[in-house]
Unconditional design. Structure first.
Length: 122
């Protein structure tokens, strides 16, 4: 029996479920562009900057707190459940894409859904 993570493609329902949340769209686009693991703190800062339409350097800890919580408790677990991300719960709390991300990219050009380019790490 194949598990969802063994599938070679994503169903349209799965793609739309994964991409229906703008934070998940941003996370996938950001990680794809970084091409290396990032910390949850960096990801929360970048997401907060994108949502607030400000540079990451203008984001303080208090303003990114709710984004950090949302990412760690809702958005990242959903992406992990679909096999798209690996998320370590050690002290660094790093996030990275998996090989299944390439499958999603082949099925759907999600990067057109968000335009966060100017807020990537400077």
């Amino acid at each position: 029996m194949k598990t969802p993570n063994d599938q070679q493609t994503f169903s349209p329902d799965t793609v739309f479920d994964v991409l229906r949340n703008p934070r998940r769209q941003f996370v996938l686009a950001y990680l794809r562009r970084q091409n290396h693991p990032v910390t949850l703190t960096e990801l929360a800062r970048q997401t907060t900057a994108w949502e607030a339409d400000v540079p990451p350097t203008e984001v303080d800890g208090e303003s990114m707190k709710s984004v950090y919580i949302s990412l760690s408790h809702a958005q990242l677990p959903k992406l992990v459940d679909h096999g798209l991300l690996e998320y370590t719960s050690d002290d660094r709390r790093t996030v990275d894409t998996t090989d299944r991300m390439r499958i999603l990219e082949a099925d759907f050009d999600f990067t057109a859904l968000v335009e966060p380019q100017r807020y990537y790490t400077e």
